[in-house]
Design a protein around this ligand. Structure first.
Ligand code: BGC
Length: 348
């Protein structure tokens, strides 16, 4: 179903699509490709909206910390908002201190996507497309982006990203859903248990830019190889946690960088029994523990979001890769196709 959600200040109409399949319900906006709500049942069949979001387009435009949005051209941070490619330096839009975060001030979360619904066999979905012009937010090349949201008959939410360019550029697309499996607005997720199949992570400096090191998680708060409550170590006096006010780091996925999506993380709410498994083709995943939610934003439940009320699991290339030659490359050249897939499965 398609309906008018609201209008931007310049009169542009923003639409909302509602989809349902295999027990999962999702509402998607043409603005930012935003997942406004995502509802799944618990063991008793009671539905909850497990994704943080707003009721109005005005709130998304004014103050959203990327709730549910598509992120591009480059997920997470590029140090000093700058990179060198083929001997040329590109200065990007800077929107996080000296750094460029999630594509800059006018990233893919703030553009209007063309949306086409589809049905394919037992799947239903939306095809979102956007052309980012050469030089947008400082990035070289005209980038044609296609993102497909599919709800499968098993209730999985699958995202397929594709992009092509007419000049060498860098690309790192992701999705910024804030998960609370007890239901958005229900409080802290510190009791949720998280498992991440990663023996290493990328430590950051005080500006949250990776130092370039791949550090072992063994013996640190970053060890989620066995399911562990998010709150168990989030207050540890660890320099890395203090930099970010909690977890806000990229995990180096053990199976990372595959052609078919591999399961890499599971989030579980013991109270409701709802669980989310993330499978991806990407080499990394940013686990962000909602550290900067500060009680000033009110969500669709009518309740305010406070620190630790949700987590993001952003499958991605490593932050700042264009400035870290040892990290997997994020360069896309004319004639190549950027592909990335992430599948979210829900269960008990
Ligand atoms: C980043 C955080 C940032 C948040 C959005 C996350 O992906 O890692 O540092 O604050 O997005 O507000």
């Amino acid at each position: 179903m398609k309906e008018l959600f609201g209008k931007l200040a310049d009169g542009t109409e923003i639409h909302r699509w509602s989809l349902e399949n295999g027990g999962t319900r999702i509402k998607v906006l043409s603005y930012g490709g935003i997942v406004q709500t995502l509802e799944i049942p618990d063991a008793k069949g009671t539905y909850a909206n497990v994704s943080l979001g707003f009721d109005t387009i005005e709130e998304y435009v004014a103050s959203s910390p990327y709730f549910g949005a598509l992120i591009g051209r480059y997920g997470n941070r590029l140090g000093e908002g700058r990179f060198v490619l083929d001997g040329e330096t590109y200065q990007l839009s800077v929107n996080d201190g000296d750094n460029s975060l999630h594509g800059g001030a006018g990233g893919f979360d703030k553009v209007v996507w063309e949306v086409e619904p589809f049905e394919k066999g037992s799947d239903v979905g939306l095809c979102l497309s956007y052309t980012s012009v050469d030089g947008e937010m400082g990035y070289p090349g005209t980038l044609d982006v296609k993102v497909t949201y599919t709800l499968t008959e098993r209730g999985e939410w699958r995202i397929d990203y594709e992009a092509t360019t007419d000049r060498a550029t860098v690309v790192n697309l992701t999705s910024h859903v804030y998960w609370n499996l007890a239901g958005e607005g229900s409080g802290s997720v510190h009791d949720h248990e998280l498992e991440i199949a990663a023996g290493r992570y990328t430590p950051v400096d005080s500006g949250l830019i990776p130092t370039g090191e791949l550090a072992e998680v063994e013996g640190t708060p970053f060890d989620f190889r066995r399911a562990k409550a998010i709150g168990a170590d989030v207050r540890a006096a660890d320099e890395q946690l203090l930099h970010a006010k909690g977890f806000d780091h990229n995990w180096v996925l053990d199976k990372g960088g595959t052609t078919e999506p591999e399961p890499v993380a599971t989030l579980r709410d013991p109270a409701s029994g709802r669980a989310l498994t993330v499978a991806t083709t990407e080499p990394g995943m940013q686990f962000y523990s909602g550290n900067f939610l500060d009680g000033t934003l009110v969500g669709t439940s009518g309740r305010a979001y406070r620190q630790g009320d949700a987590v993001c699991l952003e499958t991605q290339a490593f932050p700042d890769s264009p400035n870290k030659p040892a990290f997997p490359s994020t360069v896309l050249r004319p004639g190549q196709v950027y592909h990335s897939t992430t599948v979210h499965s829900f269960g008990m």
